[in-house]
Design a protein around this ligand. Sequence first.
Ligand code: X2X
Length: 339
Amino acid sequence: MSFSRRTLLKASAASAVMGSIGAPMVARAQSAEFTYKYANNLPDTHPMNVRAREMAAAIKTETNGKVDIQIFPNNQLGSDTDMLSQVRSGGIEFFTLSGLILSTLVPAASINGIGFAFPDYDTVWKAMDGGLGAYVRGEIGKAGLVVMEKIWDNGFRQTTSSTRPINGPDDFKGFKIRVPVSPLWTSMFKAFDAAPASINFSEVYSALQTKIVEGQENPLAIISTAKLYEVQKFCSLTNHMWDGFWFLANRRAWEKLPDDLKAIVARNINAAAVNERADVAKLNAGLQQDLASKGLTFNQPNATAFRDKLRSAGFYAEWKGKYGDQAWDLLEKSVGKLS
Ligand code: X2X
């Protein structure tokens, strides 16, 4: 995997050099003063990358070519774990990461992923663009990273499997499920007596294909764009948590930008986030039929039994204790009483 990635990077670097040797001497637009890398874990076709390409083009135009954001989708620069350390060190300048995974550095950042907390998108955006999101962004700032104001949508997560549908919490017993690398995910599926395995997204397709795990959970937009339906049979609409991506920047790289450029970059990134939210919500709403035609069998379990199981396993009480009263009150102000 890393061998072919390196080979690819070398090859593209070589062709870039060759390209410029062969290029005719024409007047070129002002060359970029700031060439920054934006890396992420999602396929090229996911709305996040579609909107990011649009955003990078707008930033280039509006800064008269001074800011050139190069996009590296699909884990080209490594797994989420690798990219998180690169954005901290400055190896990459921008990175989008699920708050739940970011919680390995900023514990509060997983709070929006508490199981069965958010009933719908209206409640999500009110909280994440309001007090709860502001609190989490404050904590991210304290950890030394810059974070843009608008969180990007990943979506409500659904459970897929190669072995059986999930109709109620008992179906999770002993279920070998891939979860992203994050204590909250592991804790929640342990509360269901499942057997969660922490695996970065870069390895998910092959882990499902080789049956290292039976299932995984992701929003329909990812099940579709990452073609997970090729290696799964059932999709249970568990809607068990809402997940989003914080748009992070390396602090030193961000502070190098003059204020007028910072303003253009931030405005375009946040506008792209808002557009991406609309794209993903639309995709997630319309994909069931498409995925069914590709072979996935759907079922729609009721949330109540799952929530009761989490409550009786002490899941909510445990995480309330971990986040503390201030954060938990902000969450409950948005979604109602949980524990
Ligand atoms: O790793 C995942 O499952 C993904 C793509 O949804 C996240 O980035 C959390």
